[in-house]
Design a protein around this ligand. Structure first.
Ligand code: MG
Length: 379
């Protein structure tokens, strides 16, 4: 099991919101850590300890993941870990890796090394030597501190589950800075594995600048896809365009709600994934999609991106029609697409054009839409 502790407030980061929910490369920092463990073949489950105020942020960050409900943390890190361990105790796991949600770039190799080290010791911790020259402030200047025997302790810290739970129960009123300290207080042998620089703990605003670059580098497999769709006008009094209901002198014909804009964007995302098209995922022969709100299709496409650990960088759609006029509704459409995709509105484009009276759109027989989507995948 993996237990990720994300109940702190992280005020030093000055991010204006709890730092574990700040997006890096379009993905919440906490989600980076969750994905790292959830995708690892040696980890059977992931549980997260959160601050009681962060339920909504947690739900957004873990969207599309099948996970047990988060555990509510306490007033200190130690209390939060304890709450998490108690929640896991019913399942009686053999081993647990306890990880800080503020370390988003934990590698698969590091997780494996900690797991393997638990074959030879009841506790295993990543330790990293220091490369900066250390100095201590003294009267009249700074003296050098020998660093050869100084090590930084990282997470994940791995333990035989019963041992670390017993240590937490026994030393519940100490203020240990990490779980290794409690393991040592309980007399457990602690094995060490090599820590990694990239497994940095994000603490200061400066760290987030670096982390954003690392995130974009990690999600370096950038892909684009296009989508195109047409729906025919029939008798009616309203249409749906980009998730917005508009009064109109006609309706659009379709098996679903015929939202031609959302269909084009959905296909663009499928295209970027190489995942077929909207007709393959939601066949019009399937009665489940009769009259369906097209946001379901777009939400599903976004879920496929997230399942690959990726993010949507941008979508842009052009609506092609003589009427209705799109301009007055453009911002509502951008807001709608942004809300469906959980994407910053700055990353959503909605444009419109006529075809100067030419062709089927010019004759007012229907509406066409074309879209492009750009996604980032781990690569
Ligand atoms: Mg369609």
């Amino acid at each position: 099991m993996a237990l990720i502790v994300a109940a702190g407030r992280g005020r030093r980061a000055q991010t204006g919101q709890p730092k574990q929910y700040v997006k890096l490369g379009g993905k919440a920092m906490l989600r980076w850590a969750i994905d790292a463990f959830a995708r690892h073949q040696s980890i059977v489950g992931v549980r997260v300890v959160i601050h009681p105020d962060d339920g909504a942020a947690y739900d957004a960050a873990t969207m599309g993941l099948a996970m047990d409900a988060p555990v509510l943390g306490g007033s200190t890190r130690q209390a939060s870990v304890r709450a998490g361990l108690e929640a896991l105790a019913d399942g009686a796991p053999q081993r647990v890796l306890i990880h800080d949600g503020a370390r988003p770039f934990v590698s698969s190799a590091l997780i494996e090394n900690v797991v393997v080290a638990l074959d030879r010791a009841p506790a295993a911790v990543p330790l990293l030597g220091l490369s900066d020259t250390l100095r201590r402030k003294v009267a009249g200047g700074f003296e050098i501190v020998p660093r050869s025997d100084l090590l930084g302790a990282q997470t994940p810290q791995g333990f035989h589950f019963a041992d670390i739970l017993a240590a937490h129960r026994k030393f519940e009123n100490t203020d240990a800075s990490d779980d290794m300290a409690l393991a040592q207080a309980a007399g457990l042998t602690v094995a060490s594995v090599a820590g990694e620089h990239i497994n940095m703990k994000l603490t200061t605003p400066d760290d987030f600048v670096l982390a954003e670059r690392l995130a974009l580098g990690t999600l370096g497999d950038v892909r684009s896809g296009t989508g195109f769709d047409v729906h025919r006008f029939v008798a009616g009094d309203h249409i749906f365009l980009c998730g917005v209901k508009l009064a109109h002198t006609r309706a659009l014909e379709g098996h679903s709600d015929a939202d031609v804009g959302l269909h084009a964007i959905t296909d663009a995302i499928f295209g970027a994934l190489g995942a077929g098209d909207i007709g393959a995922h939601f066949p019009s022969s399937d009665p489940r999609w009769r009259g369906a709100a097209s946001r379901l299709f777009l939400e599903y496409a976004a879920k496929l991106v997230r399942e690959k650990g990726g993010t949507i960088a941008h979508v842009d759609v052009t609506l092609i029609c003589e009427a209705p006029k799109i301009g007055p509704h453009r911002e509502a459409m951008r807001a709608s697409i942004s809300e469906i995709l959980h994407l910053d509105p700055q990353r959503v484009g909605v444009k419109a054009t006529t075809t100067e009276g030419l062709g089927f759109t010019g004759r007012g027989e229907g509406i066409a839409a074309q879209a492009i989507a750009t996604i980032r995948l781990p690569g």
